[in-house]
Design a protein around this ligand. Sequence first.
Ligand SMILES: Cc1cc2nc3c(=O)[nH]c(=O)nc-3n(C[C@H](O)[C@H](O)[C@H](O)COP(=O)(O)OP(=O)(O)OC[C@H]3O[C@@H](n4cnc5c(N)ncnc54)[C@H](O)[C@@H]3O)c2cc1C
Ligand SMILES: NC(=O)c1ccc[n+]([C@@H]2O[C@H](COP(=O)([O-])OP(=O)(O)OC[C@H]3O[C@@H](n4cnc5c(N)ncnc54)[C@H](OP(=O)(O)O)[C@@H]3O)[C@@H](O)[C@H]2O)c1
Length: 536
Amino acid sequence: MTAQTPPPRTLIPPSAPFSPEQQAWLNGFFAAVLSADGAPAPLSEADNAALAPAAAPAAELADNDSAPWHDPSLPIDERMAMAEGRPPPLRLMAAMAQQDCGQCGYNCADYANALFLRKEERLTLCAPGGKETARMLKQLAAAIGASVAAPAVVAARPSAPAPTAEAGASRDNPGQARFLSRRRLNGAGSAKTTWHVELDLGAGGFDYVVGDSFGVFPRNHPALADHVIAALGADPRREVGGKTLREAMIADLSLGAAPDNLFQLLSYVLGGERRAKARALANGEDPDGDAATLDVLAALRKFEGARPDAEAVLEALDPLAPRLYSISSSPKANPGRVSLTVDTVRYRVGPRDRLGVASTYLSERVAPGEAVRAYVQKAHGFRLPDKPETPIVMIGPGTGVASFRAFLQERQALGARGGAWLFFGHQHRQHDFFYEDEFEAMRKSGALTRLSLAWSRDGAERFYVQDRMRQVGPELWRWLAEGAHVYVCGDAKRMAKDVERALVDIAAEHGARSTEDAVSFVGGLKKAGRYQADVY
Ligand SMILES: Cc1cc2nc3c(=O)[nH]c(=O)nc-3n(C[C@H](O)[C@H](O)[C@H](O)COP(=O)(O)OP(=O)(O)OC[C@H]3O[C@@H](n4cnc5c(N)ncnc54)[C@H](O)[C@@H]3O)c2cc1C
Ligand SMILES: NC(=O)c1ccc[n+]([C@@H]2O[C@H](COP(=O)([O-])OP(=O)(O)OC[C@H]3O[C@@H](n4cnc5c(N)ncnc54)[C@H](OP(=O)(O)O)[C@@H]3O)[C@@H](O)[C@H]2O)c1
């Protein structure tokens, strides 16, 4: 084992729940992470100049209006370049994935502001941004002042519930739902495995309306936890923080992408070339070209025999974060229950299947009757129009249809008379037509006025919802002209952008506008709350 230099700074508050030895170790560990050795690439002069007065309370806070990078299809390098030299909260915001998905418990601007104002300490909450965002936030936080970055260590444990928040109402204070059932939505020949999942809300304190999402705290596959513990050579029954190491690995810690802190820890217990590689990985380099494939187990196996102390590993791992699922039911149609539409994430890397933790928990592991820790994530501006007679156009391929099943159930329960037009698409009509019977029944009852379908792989060429929208452009334009609200749900990276482009083209062609005017027309719809997106 390589000798450690004494910690130069105290980064762990004395009140943190660690023994003096752990405090000393953690101070050394994280001082090293923040030192020149472990620090990410230096920021530019312009950035440093902008970041230096970070402690000044008068700095401009982030909001969407002052954020030209607020576009989830832009890569992080472009976003950071756009924000260069801007005040710290804006640069912190540019590091986020720009999806406003709510998984961190905020929208992007609010998360950035909370970090800047030190109301939030956790730097690893941006799930869609992943390690890129976490690294950039660490870099920015280090430049703003180590005091922002340091408490992130302590926050690598589940945070205490806010005393006033009702259970089930927030990420920090989840309630308990009960798993009822799952039913596969695809036919046997589908390439996809998507499930309709039902949960009983019981007395969990959950209060939702259509458009909201359900936050689920998953549990890791026990076999994965066992493999990680075996790779550490640790005793699964060892007690850590009031539970066994095995239970902590299953319930509390992310076993997905190996965090930089794990590589940093490994570098301390390795020597020679292996130490240099672990350190390079901790710095975001990719010495062997396999960095993207290294989950926690693969990282430990790569450095087989390293055997860091299990408790130190627990500190180095990220907490297991909840995942959000668009709610696919209306409380008016299903009081006391919630349903979700969950696509199973499962892919292979080398000899081992990798499992999406929450999607496989819901679709394969949790058993009927078992408790599920969960909360309702209120939507940021994804709501049905106030007036039930206002027409709505819903565009939701794949699991994006979830919220629209909820919208339609709600409108049906209300007896709403406004037109409702759904664009749904997936790979094959025969296998992937989710909720076909229900939509057919809603068509008959009048709750669904029009259904337009796009099967991407049934023809010789890919055909998507936006292609169908273009085909029916004149009617779609008429609906818009009559005041319809437009909703988009599903893929943020490509689909949402392509759908917006189609709408711009339709406005230009059928509304007799220049492209520029059509862009401002769609911008106007957004400002008026008539174009709302729930994308991930
Ligand atoms: C507001 C919101 C609403 C959502 N609604 C829904 C919904 O209705 N239904 C739904 O199914 N999901 C929905 N999601 C997505 C959901 O939250 C999860 O992100 C998704 O289920 C994956 O989580 P997981 O824990 O199963 O996978 P994770 O353990 O988080 O793993 C996912 C990661 O695995 C990697 N990965 C995935 N596939 C591959 C591959 N083929 N090759 C290599 N790497 C890969 C990627 O890095 C990916 O980020 C929503 C997300 C948000 C933010
Ligand atoms: N941002 C993300 O990382 C992201 C986004 C969406 C979904 N997901 C994850 O992927 C899993 C499955 O998602 P899903 O069931 O909703 O299906 P999906 O993968 O989004 O596919 C649904 C349909 O959309 C089509 N599609 C692909 N590109 C498109 C585009 N640019 N514009 C319009 N349609 C397009 C697909 O066609 P083809 O397959 O034939 O191309 C398919 O027919 C979930 O776990 C979800 O979390 C991740």
